[in-house]
Design a binder for this molecule. Structure first.
Ligand SMILES: Cc1ncc(COP(=O)(O)O)c(C=O)c1O
Length: 385
């Protein structure tokens, strides 16, 4: 095997992440190929990003046409794709206003600014949560090992247990906002306790605090609803979006509801590329295709099929998550070895921690992809049982 790309990566790329296991060169649908010519079934989808899979014709067409028409204008100007995406996102989410940015962390930063504009000092988030790596979003992230090398971070942020009792105990008139992931993706796809979001809505409203949901991993149909909170019937004050709405094009958004949508005023926030016509045309095409092909229903249905097929396989102790955001809890701390065995079988999955495997395939997958996944994944589990 050629190691040229590995030595170059090791010498030239900042050492902020581990050395990758392969160099990928091409993708189509649910498959990718590496520079050795090996074909993989992609059941990670760029970490819950590739809603339509790789090189979907609708996304290719939208990006190609838009860059040939009007690629960038700055936020001094409006553009038709930006307005079309705003219209579509607000219709799908029931929100009142949207702020566009470039990533999930930036969508969280916009949420932190909304929280600051309440005039209240304290912010709550959950232990074991993940909200991003910028200094503000990292302050909210509930993993001490990620935060500690960069302290001091934002003051007055508390990471509380994911229980209704802990929220009641922490809440008060000085709390600006509670940030919550409907499913904790980076923690290993961990579901909230039953009724948590409903209780969080009631408690935050009672204290006049904002409820800001991080739907960066759960949004855009992945959980079998357009946005995970819609399965509960609550209305949040804001949702942070990224990943799946762009389908591979870097975009983030903060959708706000009611009074929260009026908190930011002219000149208080912005970014050069936010809402740029290229990325908004792309996101609009992604969401239009999810609607046209009813991929939200497909996510729900395929998620049920995958769960049924996983039941009873070796090493599997627990199956978590919703739709096509699936956490597989293992009975032994061998997830890294399972990921390596899967790669050797031509399957891409990932291990958010020692005992969890995360699956986040494209929403376009069908029964043949599931059969292939189960065959390869079973071998990877058996090799480590
Ligand atoms: C729930 C959640 N919030 C925030 C982020 C940060 O998003 P980004 O990596 O686009 O900055 C992520 C990324 O994994 C995420 O999963």
């Amino acid at each position: 095997m050629s190691t040229d790309w590995k030595s170059q990566y090791g010498e030239q790329i900042m050492k902020s992440a581990a050395l990758p296991s392969a160099e990928l060169v091409r993708g189509e649908g649910a498959y990718v190929w590496d520079s050795e010519g090996t074909k993989y079934l992609d059941f990670l989808g760029g970490i819950a990003v590739l809603s339509l899979g790789h090189a979907h014709p609708a996304l290719v067409e939208a990006v190609s046409t838009q860059i040939a028409t009007l690629g960038h204008v700055s936020n001094y100007f409006a553009t038709p794709p930006q307005l079309a995406l705003a219209e579509r996102l607000l219709r799908l989410s029931g929100g009142d206003r949207v702020y566009f940015c470039n990533s999930g962390a930036e969508a969280i930063e916009a949420g932190i600014k909304l929280a600051r504009r309440t005039g209240r000092p304290r912010i709550l988030s959950l232990q074991n949560s993940f909200h991003g790596r910028t200094m503000g979003s990292l302050s909210l992230t509930g993993k001490p090992a990620l935060r500690e090398p960069f302290e001091p971070l934002l003051p007055n942020v508390e990471h509380i247990d994911s229980t209704i009792e802990a929220l009641e105990a922490a809440m008060g008139p000085d709390v600006a906002a509670l940030f919550v992931e409907p499913i904790k993706g980076e923690a290993g796809v961990i579901d909230l306790p039953d009724g948590y979001l409903e209780a969080a809505r009631e408690i935050t409203s009672r204290h006049g605090a904002l409820l800001i949901l991080d739907e960066i991993q759960t949004g855009a149909g992945r959980t079998g609803a357009w946005f995970a909170f819609q399965k509960t019937g609550i209305v949040p004050d804001a949702i942070a979006l990224a990943k799946g709405i762009g389908g591979g094009v870097p975009i983030g958004a903060l959708v706000a509801y009611g009074d929260a949508a009026e908190l930011l005023t002219a000149g208080q926030h912005g970014t050069t590329y936010g809402g740029n016509p290229l990325v908004t045309a792309a996101a609009n095409a992604v969401l239009a295709e999810i609607e046209r092909a009813d991929l939200v229903a497909n996510a729900e249905r395929r998620g049920i099929e995958i769960r049924a097929a996983l039941t009873g396989l070796p090493l599997i102790e627990e199956i978590r998550g919703q739709g096509l955001l699936i956490g597989v809890g293992l009975s032994a701390p061998v997830s890294a070895a399972v990921v390596a065995s899967a790669a050797a079988e031509g399957l891409i999955i990932n291990a958010p921690n020692d005992t969890s495997i995360r699956l986040a395939p494209a929403l376009i997958i069908d029964e043949s992809h599931i059969a292939e996944f189960i065959e390869k994944f079973t071998k990877a589990l058996e090799a480590n049982a």
